[in-house]
Design a protein around this ligand. Structure first.
Ligand SMILES: Cc1cc2nc3c(=O)[nH]c(=O)nc-3n(C[C@H](O)[C@H](O)[C@H](O)COP(=O)(O)O)c2cc1C
Length: 359
């Protein structure tokens, strides 16, 4: 069960652990997935350059197998809107957790160039990105360092643009996906395109190897992605509940208890559309018009609340990013999950082969 991309990446299975900025993808998780023959990924977007280098070293201490690193494509700083409605909307939650009320966030700007410098020293063999296209200079630097380049597409048009910009691989993000939407053309409507429709259209539009993501939780989903023309599958939510994932226990418990229909797309936590399990914070902020600052300011505004909520085990203030496949989540070690996924994929493909023979 291999594809040209799997061989090129030096993997044993067509399985990628999604980069998950914000703490899910610990060095232990990334290394366990890579050791098991999949591709572990560091979601480095919220890490400082020194943390990126340290994470790479920590992974290298655990495995010599390939891994990926991921950043957010740089975007212009947003205009500073009047923050009063956003401050008022979060205030009751801050009070409830005994936190001092926040001030208007000045900037949430990430220093992309410094992060890229560090990412190129991390030891990763694949560089992936989301939220747009990279500047040409960045593409050239990544290529010069010998890393493969993968960009995220939520529409066939975005896949086409990534191919034109020189990406080696397209990661499709179907509307089922947990976490932030990677959209850069169809911000509002991209989540309406599910993986079943997106993958084959992106394969045809880009002409590149596609890694499918969004709603894939087991070997049936991976086999389906391969049948649609993908070269591998990328799973986020499935890895979030593994033992090695670094999210709070209350978050793991929320995923394991939720129903498929409990997630929705919200801007309430970060200012950018993202899919997560609905909770009290989401409901409350969404009810108040104009109470959400643009990304990344809203992300900065809610960060102390989310950190305190994580320590206190209060899931009602956490951004519970998760995809629509969550009822299939399994609490396993990451290595056991990769082994189960590989075995299930093999048996799903064998079942299809048997059907083909009978036909
Ligand atoms: C908690 C979480 C954090 C994520 N962070 C990132 C990220 O930093 N970069 C990125 O390209 N994708 C990120 N994603 C999206 C994943 O790459 C992927 O598209 C998604 O997890 C696939 O859907 P699934 O969760 O249904 O498997 C994140 C997803 C989750 C659930």
């Amino acid at each position: 069960m291999t594809t040209a991309l799997v061989r090129r990446l030096g993997l044993r299975h067509p399985i990628v652990q999604a980069p998950m900025a914000g703490g899910g993808d610990t060095a232990a998780l990334v290394a366990a997935v890579s050791e098991a023959g999949g591709l572990g990924s560091i979601g480095a977007a919220y890490l400082a350059p020194t943390e990126i280098v340290a994470r790479g070293r920590a992974i290298r201490a655990l495995t010599t197998r390939p891994f990926a690193i991921n950043l957010f494509a740089p975007s212009p700083a947003p205009a500073q809107p009047d923050p009063s409605a956003a401050l008022a909307a979060v205030a009751p939650f801050y009070r409830d957790l005994g936190l001092p009320l926040p001030e208007a966030p000045g900037s949430g700007g990430l220093d992309f160039d410094a992060q890229l410098d560090a990412a190129l020293e991390s030891g990763a063999s694949l560089f992936s990105f989301t939220f747009g296209l990279l500047p040409d200079t960045a593409m050239q630097r990544i290529r010069a360092k010998g890393l493969l380049i993968a960009g995220t597409a939520t529409t066939p048009g975005e896949a086409r643009r990534l191919a034109a910009a020189g990406a080696d691989i397209v990661v499709t993000q179907g509307g089922e996906a947990g976490g932030h939407r990677g959209s850069f053309e169809a911000d509002q409507r991209s989540h309406e395109i599910g993986s079943l429709a997106l993958v084959p259209q992106a394969v045809d539009a880009s002409g590149l190897p596609v890694i499918a993501s969004g709603g894939i939780m087991d070997g049936r989903g991976i086999a389906a992605a391969l049948a649609l023309g993908a070269a591998a599958a990328q799973l986020g939510t499935a890895f979030l509940v593994t033992e090695e994932a670094g999210i709070p226990e209350a978050y793991k418990a929320a995923i394991l208890a939720a129903r498929a229909e409990d997630t929705r797309i919200t801007r309430a936590f970060s200012g950018r559309p993202a899919r997560g399990i609905a909770n009290r914070f989401m409901d409350s902020v969404e009810r108040q018009p104009g109470a959400t600052l643009p990304f990344p300011l809203q992300n900065v505004l809610t960060r102390p609340l989310r950190s305190a909520g994580a320590k206190a085990g209060r899931a009602e203030v956490l951004s519970l990013w998760a995809g629509q496949g969550l009822e299939l989540a399994r609490r396993l070690s990451a290595g056991a999950l990769v082994a189960a996924l590989a075995e299930e994929t093999r048996s799903a493909l064998e079942r299809l082969q048997a059907l083909a023979r009978e036909a």
